[in-house]
Write a protein that binds this ligand. Structure first.
Ligand SMILES: NC(=O)c1ccc[n+]([C@@H]2O[C@H](COP(=O)([O-])OP(=O)(O)OC[C@H]3O[C@@H](n4cnc5c(N)ncnc54)[C@H](O)[C@@H]3O)[C@@H](O)[C@H]2O)c1
Length: 288
């Protein structure tokens, strides 16, 4: 259902890899709400993924960019403004990747070159996007920039590894840049802290299916889906949230304010007679 919330607005969407991607749903919803958008992803993702099909569906173009590369980002903003005929009103940063997670490096045995990559791709890229946009004066007054985060930025989650550090940095960048961009050009910058969601990046997290079940049991409203996340993004891109900035906004069915729910407790009780063997991991890590 469209309410024309983004009618006349121009947006750039990072990170739509395939139909499971949260960014894919956001792009579809933005288009439905009357926006014109350009899509972007890395050259590798454009070869392996389905971003080009989405572009056809939404009658737009894809501009390849590695979000850690300033030249690519300059080209992306300039080409997007040319194609859409004016400055940008909203940007979605929907990017995450950790080589330490991919290679199953334990958090107490990180590869620091991988950590640099995790932080650069998953967090510093957000700063690079904002700095590039500001230098080009590419975003309209009252424009809105959103990045996607996860509650592991505040609380420790088994297996989330160095992505937790990346998300903490990402949320900090939203605050620090939000001050500057807000004062100068009234551009608002927020992060949405989303429930676990079945996507390519999400499924890379250790024990993801159980995490999904646990979060579902803990959240009074249940896990937020990718479609619901897209709806929330649309409100933040719209003129209905003009004074919301520098916030980390939980979109998680209430999970982040729960301690224990009956449903999670009952499930836990079922397993009480089994020993979880938490201390006996093959790799010798007592607390994983
Ligand atoms: N899936 C979840 O459970 C979940 C929960 C909370 C937050 N998030 C966050 O949502 C965002 C989107 O992830 P998703 O779950 O839709 O998975 P996804 O795998 O569909 O999207 C991740 C995207 O990042 C892109 N990317 C990787 N490196 C890049 C680079 N150098 N430059 C530009 N793009 C790059 C990938 O190509 C991909 O399109 C991420 O920030 C993720 O951490 C996901």
């Amino acid at each position: 259902m469209s309410n024309n919330l983004l009618k006349g607005k121009r947006g750039i969407i990072f990170g739509a890899l395939n139909p499971d991607s949260i960014a894919w749903k956001v792009a579809e919803r933005a288009f439905e709400e009357g926006a014109v958008i350009t899509l972007t992803n890395t050259p590798v993702a454009l070869r392996m993924g389905e971003t080009n099909e989405l572009a056809k569906k939404l009658n737009t173009i894809v501009i390849g960019a590695d979000a850690t590369n300033i030249d690519d980002l300059n080209n992306l903003f300039i080409k997007s403004m040319e194609y859409m005929g004016g400055k940008i009103d909203f940007v979605l940063h929907s990017i995450g990747m950790s080589p330490n997670v991919r290679k199953e490096r334990h958090y107490s045995d990180l590869d620091y070159n991988y950590l640099d990559k995790t932080l650069d791709v998953s967090a510093v890229s957000f700063h690079k996007v904002l700095q590039t946009a500001r230098k080009l004066d590419a975003i309209n007054e009252w424009g809105s920039v959103v990045a996607l985060s996860y509650v592991a930025a505040q609380r420790t989650f088994f297996g989330y590894n160095d992505m937790a550090d990346a998300k903490a940095l990402l949320e900090s960048i939203a605050r620090s840049f939000g001050y500057i961009y807000g004062r100068e050009r009234r551009v608002r910058i927020n992060t949405i802290s989303q429930s676990p969601t079945v996507t390519t990046a999400g499924s890379g997290v250790k024990g993801f299916d159980r995490l999904l079940d646990f979060a579902e049991r803990m959240s009074p409203l249940g896990n937020a889906t990718a479609e619901e996340c897209a709806d929330y993004c649309i409100t933040l891109f719209s003129d209905l949230t003009k004074k919301v900035t520098m916030q980390n906004l939980f979109h998680d069915g209430g999970f982040s304010n729960m301690g224990m729910s009956l449903s999670a407790l009952q499930q836990y009780e079922k397993g009480l007679h089994h020993d979880c063997n938490c201390g006996d991991n093959e790799d010798g890590h007592k607390y994983d």
